[in-house]
Design a protein around this ligand. Structure first.
Ligand code: SF4
Length: 296
């Protein structure tokens, strides 16, 4: 009998899922930046937009604290294993990248660093501090892991908070087991609730996101939007899951365009600013989503 979940991968990819910008241009553009061993999630996650963001918008999503993740989520192309020690020179390296990019809005993320006591929170703060010293006007977005729910790590980030604090919910709670092992939906929501309660949310805007095409139902996504809004989230991104090379996690559906419109409308009704489209990723045109808010 045919496995229905394998059928979708045999179908041609819909044209709306193909970013027309050639990816080799990314390699040429990134080679001109002083990366000095710092990575990008654009490359590590094999992002479908990497032919567009850097060559056409001058933006990247910097991946600090190495390119090895302590978890092994099947949807993600980032390598799993034992990470290397943190680089004390990394804050200055990120400053040099920001200087070369000459942007007003910078996005960075990290892999899960569960082996570190604070999950990497203090390294984020060191980098944000160096960036603010370099350019106080620079707007900074950091996409953080769940820090295993440790409130000490959350509190550590408040020593020099970013303008936008993002965390991916990835999928609906029913699918956390197979899609996001090692994470808990409630724990991720608590991260937002904690910052909503403790941070000055006129200065630190909260951003969440998930991917669709894992077999979630439309109403389940609506429930996640509601949960996020109640937890204080302001920005929300939704994009289509694409199977990375080597993953066994199949795409179960190419979500039709009209469903993204319904997600956007529903999110708006909750007071969220939503970016939902097949090629949306958490950092895709992040400056534009944030500029929809007067505060950022
Ligand atoms: S969407 Fe994000 S990860 Fe993808 S290329 Fe653009 S900046 Fe990089």
């Amino acid at each position: 009998m045919t496995n229905p979940t394998s059928i979708i991968t045999q179908l041609p990819t819909p044209s709306f899922l193909i970013n027309p910008h050639p990816k080799h241009v990314f390699r040429e553009a990134i080679a001109k930046l002083p990366m000095n061993g710092v990575n990008t999630i654009c490359e590590e996650a094999k992002c479908p937009n990497r032919g567009e963001c850097l060559p056409h918008h001058g933006t990247i999503s910097i991946m600090v604290m190495g390119s090895i993740c302590t978890r092994g989520c099947p949807f993600c192309a980032v390598t799993t294993g034992k990470p290397l020690a943190l680089d004390p020179g990394e804050p200055q390296k990120v400053v040099e990248i920001a200087r070369a990019l000459n942007v007003r809005y910078l996005v960075m993320t990290s892999p899960n660093r569960d082996e570190l006591e604070d999950g990497g929170a203090s390294q984020f703060v060191k980098i944000v501090t160096a960036l603010r010293e370099f350019n106080p006007a620079l707007k900074i977005e950091i996409l953080v892991p769940d820090f295993q729910g440790k409130e000490n790590s959350f509190a550590g980030l408040l020593k020099n908070p970013p303008d936008v604090l993002a965390h991916d919910l990835q999928t609906v709670p029913r699918l956390y087991g197979p899609i996001r092992p090692g994470a808990e939906y409630g724990r991720s929501l608590n991260l937002f609730r904690w910052f909503n309660g403790k941070a000055d949310t006129s200065k630190v805007m909260l951003k969440a996101g998930l991917m669709v095409g894992f077999g979630e139902r439309e109403e389940e996504v609506m429930e996640v939007l509601s949960d996020a809004a109640q937890a204080g989230v302001k920005f929300f991104t939704i994009g289509q899951y694409l199977k990375p090379p080597g993953s066994t996690l199949e795409v179960t559906e190419y979500v039709p365009l009209e469903r993204y419109q319904r997600f956007t409308q529903f999110g708006k009704s909750l007071g969220l600013m939503v970016q939902a489209s097949p090629l949306t990723r958490s950092s895709y045109l992040a400056d534009r989503l944030a500029s929809g808010s007067k505060e950022v």
